[in-house]
Ligand binder design. Structure first.
Ligand code: LFR
Length: 451
């Protein structure tokens, strides 16, 4: 039996077919496509229609190649959503969290719900990108789509809806919104009423591993799928899927880093940690597929390197990942930047932003690609060490092992520096963690887990 995982990540989307084999889950990528953000009228959008079309192309390729596919599961990054009207139409192309509309919304929200209380209600790290601040921004500017919306569907929910016609909010992605109560696992009515947001647009929560429905007949026909293909919820938050792929040898004393555009560093804990210490250290409580909580910190991850690489590619520079690491090993620049500093979140030029940061801080200024690579890796490792100490303080656990999943797990320099700075054993795990976790949840679904 085979399963389809569709993963929409920063930069690209992929349709992958997975199956269980004696040596683990085998993956075959059947379709990869760009996931571009489109600026229209000054707003940064998802290109949802194009992405849905690419998803169908991927499904078509998968169904023409394999005849034993059982189900489809979608995952994307967190917080973004689409709004649907009462006739089931998409009201507008969803807006990407990198858009500037949420500027100033944290302070606005704190006027209605003080920070400490807000954290106790939701357990989420305060980030302007969170769904609640996107909705508040829409309300503040009198956005008509919000006024007439009937349903809010997070991005994976939106793909699912147009695949099978069933509207649901999957649990793990819902926990990135800052509107869900981590203890009751329900929408927090207090948050909605105090901010004047419409709770009626929120949908019933579907746990990861729920059968939502079957592919709609017209979609099935278009993609050449047989009858009865199930559309299921997985850890539809990509980070939740990535964490699902980790199988630690011990029950505690370990942390994870999901290393991609973001570095999500945290621990698996049975219940949320919403103490003042957790708030002060910027931790978030997000749902994972085993019903536990990932208590983690969002760190600006390889975003810095991805931006540098874009500049180097645009300038026609010649290098490979291996040559970058070799050059970084030779570099003697030891400057450390705070990767989470606002100047790195949407810079016009990442190399200029890093140089300026170092110059202003009286540190050595990187010049070569190897210097930049070294600064990024040293800075990330330093951040990991700081977050590890704070994780230990907040959880009372001692962490001695760090499992690294995702594309960044292949960065041997970063792994070595992380081990040095944290004093932990660093275990690189699945590069394709998100797809593997997505498929593992599909494989575990029982026939009675219908929505
Ligand atoms: C990683 C991720 C993070 C989330 C960020 C924005 O891809 O999903 O978990 O905080 O993207 O949604």
């Amino acid at each position: 039996m085979k399963y389809i995982a569709a993963d929409f990540g920063a930069g690209s989307g992929r349709v992958i077919v997975g199956e269980s084999t004696p040596s683990g889950i085998a993956l075959t990528e059947v379709h990869r496509f760009p996931n571009r953000q489109i600026t229209l009228g000054g707003t940064v959008h998802w290109d949802f229609l194009a992405l849905f079309e690419e998803l169908k192309t991927g499904l078509k390729k998968a169904f023409s190649k394999y005849d034993d596919i059982v189900s489809i599961g979608i995952d994307t990054w967190g917080v973004d959503f689409g709004l649907i009207d009462r006739n089931g139409s998409l009201l507008a192309n969803p807006v990407c969290y990198r858009d500037a509309r949420t500027a100033g919304m944290l302070d606005k929200a704190f006027q209605s719900i003080p920070k400490e209380e807000f954290f106790a209600l939701t357990g989420n790290q305060f980030m302007e990108i969170n769904t609640v601040f996107q909705l508040l921004a829409m309300k503040e500017r009198g956005d008509v789509a919000l006024e007439v919306a009937d349903k809010l569907l997070f991005m994976p929910d939106l793909f699912n809806y147009y695949l099978c016609g069933v509207a649901a909010n999957e649990y793990t992605i819902a926990t990135t919104s800052q509107m869900l109560n981590p203890s009751t696992q329900e929408w927090d009515a207090e948050v909605f009423s105090r901010l004047g947001l419409p709770i009626g647009i929120m949908q019933r929560i579907a746990p990861a591993g729920t059968i939502l429905g079957e592919l709609l007949p017209d979609v099935a026909e278009e993609v050449g799928a047989p009858a009865g293909i199930k559309v299921v919820t997985v850890g539809s938050h990509d980070t939740a899927s990535a964490i699902a792929s980790i199988s630690p040898e011990v029950s505690d004393g370990w942390a994870f880093i999901s290393s991609g555009t973001w570095s999500l560093m945290g621990i698996d804990t049975p219940s949320p940690i919403v103490t003042p210490d957790a708030l002060a250290s910027d931790f978030t409580n997000e749902g994972i597929t085993n019903g536990h909580i990932s208590f983690l910190r969002n760190i600006t991850g390889l975003w810095l390197l991805q931006n540098l690489e874009q500049e180097w590619k645009a300038a026609g520079e010649d290098y490979t990942y291996t040559s970058l690491i070799a050059d970084a090993e030779k570099s003697t620049v030891d400057s450390i930047v705070d990767v989470d500093a606002p100047c790195f979140s949407k810079p016009r030029s990442m190399s200029v932003a890093i140089r300026d940061y170092c110059k202003n801080g009286g540190m050595q200024v990187p010049e070569t690609k190897g210097d930049f690579m070294r600064v990024v890796c040293m800075s990330l490792a330093a951040k990991y060490a700081d977050v590890k100490t704070k994780l230990e303080q907040c959880s009372g656990q001692t962490i001695d092992t760090i499992y690294v999943v995702g594309g960044g797990s292949q960065n041997v320099l970063l792994n070595r520096l992380t081990a040095e700075k944290t004093g932990c054993r660093v275990v690189p795990c699945e590069k394709e963690a998100t797809a593997i976790g997505n498929i593992m949840v599909q494989m575990s679904i029982q026939n009675n887990s219908t929505f």
